[in-house]
Design a protein around this ligand. Sequence first.
Ligand code: URA
Length: 238
Amino acid sequence: MVRLDKFLCDCNMGTRSQIKDYIRQGLVSVNGIIVKKPELKIHESNDNVTLRGESCTFKKYAYYMLYKPAGVVSATTDNTADTVISLLADVKDKNLFPVGRLDKDTTGLLLITNDGDLSHHMLSPKKHVDKTYLVGIRNPLTLEDKTRLEQGVDIGDEKLTLPAVVSFPNQVTEECAQILLTIHEGRFHQVKRMLQAVDNEVVTLKRVSFGPLTLDVSLAPGQYRELNEQEVEACMKC
Ligand code: URA
C-alpha cells in the first residue's frame, strides 16, 4: 500500500505539490470514485487510478536518454561539479544513475536509469555493446592509422584494443578532422588513449550511439527524454 500522492509522483504525473493540488481539485479518481485526500492509501497494482481520466500505471524502472553537455560529471553526486543526475531535476525519488561514464568534457548520449540489471547487461565486458563516437582530432587520420585503429592498438593495457570501425563523416575542417569511431568495449578514456596510440589527439568527443540507442536529434545539450518501450526492449536484448 502507498499514499495516493506518492503513487502519482512515482508515475511521473507531476511534483508532489502539483499532485496534491490535482487531488484537491478533484482531478484524481480511484476505481472510478473522485478522491480528495492525498494521504489515502492505495494498492499500486490492484487499484485503478486516473488523473484527468488518464490511467496511471506504476513503473518500477525509469529509463532516460540524456544529451550530456560538457562540464558535468557522470556520477550521482560530486563535491565540485554538477552531475548528470542533477540535470534530471524534474524526476523525483527514482535513485537514478548513469549507465557507464563519459568524461567531464565528453558530450552526447548517456543512458540514465534505476534498473541495475539493464545497466549490468549493457556494460558487461562479455556483451561487447557498440559505442559510436564522433571524434574531432588534432591531425587528419592517415589510412595507415585508420587500419591500426581498426585492427587494435596498444593503449598501455594488458591487451590490445578490440577491432574497431572507423569512418570519415566529413571533410577535414580548418582546425581538426572528424572521424566516427565505433568500439565494442569501454575501457577508461579509451577513445582518447586510442588516438594517442596513433600519435594523434582528441579535440572534441561526442557519443552518438550506445548499443541500439541513437542520440535523439531533437535533444539539445542538457535535455533528456524517456526511452520508449521499443528502445527499452532493444537494450535488454542487445
Ligand atoms: N573514451 C574516452 O576517452 N572518453 C569518454 O568519455 C568516452 C570514451
